[in-house]
Design a protein around this ligand. Structure first.
Ligand code: NAD
Length: 318
């Protein structure tokens, strides 16, 4: 197999770290770039720095002035928490839009045959919600909050830089990811954190909002699939197999946290009367185009969640 030199931005974040690990285990060189915001994981940095194939630069993608000679740039760097984007959208515009513009400019300033392939990690949230059925890659972008708007804007920038400057790209739009090393602002680690602190888990709305769940290692495998066999200059949806209402996930977490015992804290479980403004009811994707390349998610949330709850219970992060 050909050895690649890959720039991975956001390599110390949740999904970027799983992808970095997957590239290193293929024997690829990885140039990791990360601004090291609150969401980055120092344990991952220590792990990667033991590997001679890994080189790290602490940098903001918006401020980068030089792009080394790489085959691929995989952009995971982003502000990712919807609640934060509702409180203050400035960082979201700077990183998720201006940061991508800077990456595009760095790529297009290279000679045509030396331009690396840009893999942009977008999100299912750019389509907005869908009560029934599935979104295909042709569907209109209808984001519902500042986070998903900034991600949709980045996708559109890429289309323009491709048409005008011939920047080669693949956009992938994954559904909700889960796995180890996720910052505890996201549902699963956050719920475990609340239980560890002896607090009831806050539920958005009535808990009926549905998400499709995909393991971060399956996402990494999907990105490697599009690199290996994907069509260039196109968009791939990437969905997990497990669509569940949030409340069902929370019930599973409580059950595994207390080892099946009907703990009193379950009775104290409070539905907070907090509804995230613009909250999407359901996201769902048609990813037949990606599956036609031979990719399928290997992990099932129902089987993984017990081990995840144990992990987050024993690795308290605040
Ligand atoms: N987590 C999900 O469920 C999910 C689902 C679909 C798509 N995505 C997308 O996948 C990507 C990764 O998500 P995640 O959950 O791993 O994110 P994360 O919040 O866990 O990590 C983001 C990483 O990017 C770094 N970063 C932030 N701003 C930066 C900047 N300006 N320059 C350089 N580095 C910067 C942070 O330090 C952090 O290490 C994002 O683009 C997100 O939109 C996430």
């Amino acid at each position: 197999m050909q050895t690649m030199v890959t720039a991975v931005t956001g390599c110390l974040g949740f999904m970027g770290s799983h992808f970095t690990r997957a590239c290193l285990s293929r024997g690829w060189h990885v140039w990791g770039i990360d601004k090291m915001t609150y969401a980055s994981n120092l344990r991952c940095l220590k792990e990667f720095q033991n590997n001679p194939l890994f080189k790290f630069t602490k940098e903001d993608i918006r401020a980068m002035q030089h792009l080394s000679d790489v085959d691929i740039v995989v952009n995971f760097a982003a502000e990712t928490h919807v609640d934060n984007s509702i409180m203050d959208s400035a960082n979201f515009v700077q990183t998720n839009i201006c940061g991508v513009e800077n990456l595009l400019e760095l790529i297009r300033s290279k000679r045509n045959y030396e331009m690396p392939l840009l893999i942009q990690v977008s999100t299912d949230e750019v389509y907005g919600d869908i009560e029934n059925g599935l979104h295909t890659e042709q569907d209109r972008l209808q984001p519902s909050n500042p986070y998903s708007s900034s991600k949709a804007a980045a996708d559109l920038l890429i289309l323009g830089w491709h048409r005008t400057h011939h920047v080669p790209y693949i956009i992938i739009r994954p559904t909700n990811n889960y796995g180890l090393d996720q910052y505890p602002e996201k549902l699963i680690p956050k719920a475990v954190k609340y239980l560890t602190l002896g607090k009831p888990i806050p539920v958005h709305g009535d808990g009926s909002y549905r998400r499709t769940w995909l393991h971060a290692q399956d996402t990494a495998a999907g990105i490697l699939t599009v690199i290996d066999r994907g069509e260039r200059n196109t968009i791939y949806n990437m969905a997990g197999n497990d669509e569940l209402p949030n409340l069902e996930i929370i019930k599973k977490i409580i059950n595994y946290y207390f080892d099946g015992a009907q703990d009193q804290r379950w009775q104290e479980f409070v539905k907070q009367n907090f509804i995230r403004m613009g909250e999407d009811v359901r996201y769902s994707l048609d990813d037949a185009k990606l599956r036609a390349l031979g990719w399928n998610p290997q992990r099932d949330l129902n089987q993984e969640i017990r081990a995840l709850v144990d992990y987050y219970k024993n690795h308290f992060i605040w």
